[in-house]
Design a protein around this ligand. Structure first.
Ligand code: LHQ
Length: 256
């Protein structure tokens, strides 16, 4: 139920359970974690695109799979299923882009938020579906939502579970681009491909530095930046960027 393809520096991970709006099973979550780890290591991968088949990005946890006679330990499902995927995305030294093709609900919405950048189809909506079934936001929702929206809008979204449209999400800065439904796959790929041509190592350091800085005092963030810049200054892509600038041509980055 999860497809994987590498092309032109872009690894595309596609949730493929359209008849259930890509509701997530433990098996799919394990596959996702493994594929993200693979992208992290694979030299040919310079951007990761996470998307879904059909009219849903993901409806979150497959509720049928955790409903039944024997009680399911939700703590274990979150720890073993969702948390490794969110951690994998956050730790991945490649930019991870969510291409939200349709409805994203519950953990499906928050897996998208865990990605570095989001693009959305015009029809995409984001729903914090948790409280509607008496649960709490997971998959990083409690961490990402207040950082994106501020505390009060985050609580509004989480408490009420109302739909946030793609257009609203773009106004909030959560979504980078909106593409029409007809061109969504091609435009999303094009966007990811553009990002795959950037200096990948510098992007990885930018991502790590920002995540680190979110919990650091300014003085320590400045100290960390100095160290990251020391590393970035030694990359081949830095040399290429400067050479291209001085020669008045476009840079050709190798990602290193
Ligand atoms: C589904 C689902 C679904 C199964 C649509 N499961 N079948 C972590 C750990 C442990 C436990 C619990 O949770 C978590 C984290 C979470 O993610 S909790 C939140 C789980 N997600 C939801 O509560 C969302 C439930 N879905 C919906 O509210 C609606 O389906 C949305 C608003 C996403 C879409 O609505 P519609 O466009 O009207 O589509 P639909 O409801 O007709 O769904 C289409 C089919 O997909 C349908 O199946 P059927 O066989 O009747 O055609 C749904 O039953 C199925 N489906 N979401 N999460």
């Amino acid at each position: 139920d999860v497809l994987f393809e590498i092309s032109q520096g872009v690894a595309t991970i596609t949730l493929n359970r359209p008849e259930k709006l890509n509701a997530l099973t433990m098996d799919m979550l394990h596959q996702l974690a493994l594929l993200i780890a693979k992208c992290a290591e694979h030299d040919d991968v310079r951007a990761v695109l996470l998307t879904g088949v059909g009219r849903g990005f993901s409806a979150g946890q497959d509720l049928a799979a955790v409903q039944g006679n024997q009680p399911v330990n939700f703590e274990q499902v979150v720890r073993e299923g969702y948390n490794p995927v969110v951690q994998g995305i956050a730790a991945c030294p490649k930019p991870v882009i969510a291409a939200v093709n349709g409805v994203a609900a519950g953990a499906g919405a928050n897996l998208a938020l865990a990605c570095d950048l989001l693009v959305a189809a015009e029809s995409a909506v984001f729903i914090q579906a948790f409280t509607a079934i008496g649960l709490v936001p997971d998959s990083g929702g409690t961490w990402f939502l207040p950082r994106i929206f501020g505390l009060h809008k985050a609580k509004e979204l989480a408490f009420l579970g109302e739909r946030l449209t793609a257009a609203e999400a773009k106004q909030w800065g959560m979504v980078a681009r909106i593409f029409t439904h007809e061109n969504f796959a091609a435009e999303s790929f094009q966007f990811a491909h553009q990002i795959a041509t950037l200096p990948t190592a510098a992007l990885a350091m930018t991502k790590a530095a920002m995540h680190q800085a979110l919990s650091l005092p300014l003085a320590e963030a400045l100290d960390a930046e100095a160290k990251w810049q020391g590393k970035a200054g030694l990359t081949t892509d830095h040399a290429e960027g400067v050479a291209a600038f001085l020669e008045k041509r476009k840079p050709h980055f190798q990602g290193k």
